[in-house]
Structure formats: structure tokens, C-alpha cells
Write a protein that binds this ligand. Structure first.
Ligand SMILES: [Mg+2]
Length: 119
């Protein structure tokens, strides 16, 4: 079933790749380039799942997720650069569903997304 996925990453290449992939999978995709825009998108659109980059200028992914999760109960996947990091622990504590370590295989992300969208 088609879902609305919000993708936030400051790298255009990552945004385009993920957008193309998840559109092909039959989902609606919205892309933004920072945490503040992600918060705005969640307020405007009926988002089902968020894929958030950790490292973005201005507001990072973890900060944005914390603000979003205060008002919305949404599955969030955080893309981080380091495995088993402090960031990952903080992310889980903040209510982020899953972390994925960059660089990753797109199929790995696909499985995590499918898992998070299970009702
Ligand atoms: Mg980044």
C-alpha cells in the first residue's frame, strides 16, 4: 500500500536516489534538505514515515526527530555515520525506531522501511 515518506538529507544525491527508489516502490515521496524543513513538512503533510539524515547543517536529524516526536507518533529512521555510537543510543532513547549506518545498501533500507510500516 502506498505510503507518504519524508526524506531529509542535506546531500542532493542521497535525496534523489532515495526519492527515485521509494517512488518506484509505489510510495509518495517528499524530500527536504534540513531538519527545520522536515518539521515543516510533517506539519503540512500527512506523513507515514520519515527517513532523517543525522548530519545536516542548522538542525540535525536527532534534534528534528525529538521535536517531531513531541507532537507526532511517527516511525523515524535515522541515517548515521557511525555504528554503535552515542548518537544511536540517544536516538533510541528519543523514540526513533531504527538507525541505519551510512553507507548502506538500498535493500537494507527498503527492509527497514517495510518493517517500520507494518501495522
Ligand atoms: Mg548529511
Amino acid at each position: 500500500m502506498a505510503k507518504k515518506i519524508l526524506i531529509a538529507d542535506d546531500q542532493k544525491g542521497v535525496r534523489n536516489l532515495l526519492e527515485e527508489y521509494f517512488k518506484q516502490e509505489g510510495h509518495w515521496v517528499i524530500t527536504v534538505s534540513n531538519g527545520l524543513e522536515a518539521i515543516e513538512a510533517v506539519q503540512k503533510e500527512n506523513i507515514d514515515l520519515i527517513i532523517l539524515d543525522m548530519k545536516m547543517p542548522g538542525m540535525n536529524g536527532l534534534e528534528a526527530a525529538k521535536i517531531i516526536l513531541q507532537n507526532y507518533s511517527l516511525p523515524i529512521i535515522l541515517m548515521t555515520a557511525y555504528a554503535k555510537s552515542e548518537i544511536e543510543k540517544n536516538a533510541m532513547a528519543a523514540g526513533i525506531k531504527r538507525c541505519i549506518i551510512k553507507p548502506f545498501e538500498i535493500l537494507e533500507l527498503k527492509d527497514i522501511v517495510a518493517d517500520c510500516l507494518k501495522l
